[in-house]
Ligand binder design. Structure first.
Ligand code: FES
Length: 110
């Protein structure tokens, strides 16, 4: 994939619900650790035109931790700290979004 913009925002859902019985929440699955992981990975690569934002619920709770990349319109699900380096390398350094983490139910509708 080519032509992705350099200036991007990484929205990371950090929403925490008290009652996980009703709906899972990304914050309870450790998404807050992703904020620092992304920032560190970007800093290490000296990528400074991508903002990392701790966000409220992104509406893809069953797929959490959920990460949305704007303006690329890419939705990643079940993201762990172990995935962050690969996302930064493939998506941001090589402009190749990481298909294995796509939330297919959303991406298929785009
Ligand atoms: S709680 Fe993370 S997307 Fe809803």
């Amino acid at each position: 994939m080519t032509g992705l913009p350099n200036e991007r925002i990484i929205y990371i859902c950090c929403n925490e619900r008290d009652d996980e019985q009703l709906k899972p929440s990304c914050g309870k699955k450790g998404s807050k650790a992703l904020v620092e992981c992304f920032q560190t990975a970007l800093d290490e690569r000296e990528i400074h035109d991508i903002e990392v934002v701790e966000n409220k619920c992104l509406g893809a709770c069953q797929n959490g931790p959920t990460v949305f990349i704007y303006p690329d319109n890419i939705w990643y699900g079940h993201v762990t700290p172990d995935d962050v380096q690969e996302i930064v390398t493939e998506h941001f350094a090589k402009n190749r979004p990481l298909k294995r983490l796509f939330i297919q139910s959303i991406m298929n509708k785009l």
